[in-house]
Design a protein around this ligand. Structure first.
Ligand SMILES: Nc1nc2c(ncn2[C@@H]2O[C@H](COP(=O)(O)OP(=O)(O)OP(=O)(O)O)[C@@H](O)[C@H]2O)c(=O)[nH]1
Ligand SMILES: [Mg+2]
Length: 378
């Protein structure tokens, strides 16, 4: 009797300990109250279907054929961030989405998802482009070994991302967007709301990695930018941005750009009269088709010159990967919050990266119409 009681007690204690260990292993040990998401915002505000503190969405331009890469990216975004925040997704495509794509991506999230087709005038040749000349230019770039030299769709994609994504009717109800692409990775838990962070601090553009562009894709981009600035010097908000873009006082462009496959941005910035005039000027110049201007340098030059320094933010704490570059936080907390290797962060690649250089710029903003910029074309 005594023995059997003692065994029963021992087994009961062991059972409880094993059950606790199993729960801990599954990661579902009650951890106390949910963390405050940012500055006292109640987590209930982030339930699906409830109006969020900021009108924002993930925006994804993607092809039907990229369904599995898209699911992979969404899985990480959901697990690292959005399962708690429930921001909606807006998927855009130049052709209608298939049922399989819509069902497959919707299954990755409990947040709202919408699917839009891009209007033909936002994905095609404008009337002023000579398509024969454009083809000859593609072939010449191919001879030089430029990536995506022959691709017409790549050029439509870059032009769409430069000048049209923010005009799609599905984005009308939003003030901020977070761009994602298939196959990107998010390697750290994000415990706060980057949209709200930007909104409260007046940040208009957020990046994780900044690199130098291939010069062969943009031979005349800087000439077109300088012509625009000469006509509109009053648009410039931040003369030190020029220092980030040019090593010789503005004579040439150093290629520095925020890598735009990751962006969290203010839609109002892209919809502003200044940005629209800038895009229109570049579009007329023809380099989206006669060269292969990327949306990354186009967005970045605008952000560097038209925004104040503190309106552009490096999200150094967001672990991010798009082949072949990564942003990995360096702080001690990253050891527990992230699965990336801090030593591999792009910021350590001096020849390729200009990630650090933006935050290192002097804080003072230019006065409108800084004469150094007016004289750029001289
Ligand atoms: N619907 C659609 N989406 C496209 C097309 N071309 C590119 N995209 C999307 O636009 C984004 C950028 O295209 P990518 O091919 O990734 O361009 P990239 O990042 O410069 O090149 P990679 O290094 O190959 O990733 C991705 O989200 C693509 O899914 C297209 O023709 N149609
Ligand atoms: Mg990509």
């Amino acid at each position: 009797m005594w023995f059997s009681n003692r065994f029963a007690f021992t087994y009961a204690v062991l059972g409880v300990l094993l059950a606790l260990a199993a729960r801990r292993h599954r990661g579902d040990v009650p951890a106390g109250p949910e963390p405050t998401l940012l500055d006292g915002v109640d987590v209930a505000a982030y339930r699906p279907g409830v109006a969020k503190p900021v009108r924002a969405a993930f925006v994804v331009l993607v092809r039907n054929s990229e369904l599995h890469g898209m699911k992979r990216a969404m899985r990480q975004i959901e697990d690292r961030f959005n399962a708690r925040f429930n921001y909606p997704y807006v998927f855009l495509n130049d052709v209608p989405f298939t049922d399989a794509f819509m069902a497959g991506t919707a299954a990755m999230t409990k947040a709202n998802v919408t699917f839009g087709t891009i209007p033909g005038e936002h994905w095609g040749y404008p009337a002023w482009i000579n398509q024969t000349q454009a083809r000859e230019c593609r072939e010449a770039m191919n001879e030089k070994g430029v990536f995506y030299a022959l691709s017409e769709s790549y050029r439509h994609m870059c032009r769409f991302n430069s000048g049209f994504f923010f005009r799609h009717p599905l984005l009308d109800e939003y003030d901020y967007y977070w761009r994602i692409e298939p196959d990107v990775e998010y390697s750290c838990d994000i415990a706060y709301d980057p949209f709200l962070f930007m909104h409260r601090r007046g940040i208009k553009y957020g990046y994780t990695i900044a690199l130098h562009e291939y010069p062969d894709t943009i031979p005349t981009l800087w000439t077109a930018v300088k012509a625009f600035l000469a006509q509109n010097p009053h648009f410039v908000r931040h003369a030190h941005g020029l220092q980030w873009l040019s090593a010789d006082g503005g004579a040439t462009y150093n290629g520095c750009h925020f890598w735009s496959n990751f962006e969290i941005g203010s839609l109002a910035f892209f919809r502003s009269a200044e940005y629209l005039a800038y895009f229109e000027h570049l579009d007329r110049a023809g380099g989206f088709f006669y060269e292969r201007w990327g949306d990354a340098p186009v967005h970045s030059i605008a952000a560097a010159l038209l925004l104040a320094k503190d309106e552009v933010h490096w999200f150094r704490d967001i672990g991010y990967y798009h082949n072949p570059w990564t942003n990995c936080p360096q702080g001690a907390d990253a050891q527990t919050r992230c699965h990336c290797d801090p030593a591999k962060s792009a910021e350590h690649h001096g020849w390729a990266s200009c990630t650090h250089e933006w935050p290192a710029l002097p804080a003072a903003n230019a006065t409108a119409g800084d004469p150094r910029l007016i004289n750029l074309g001289a």
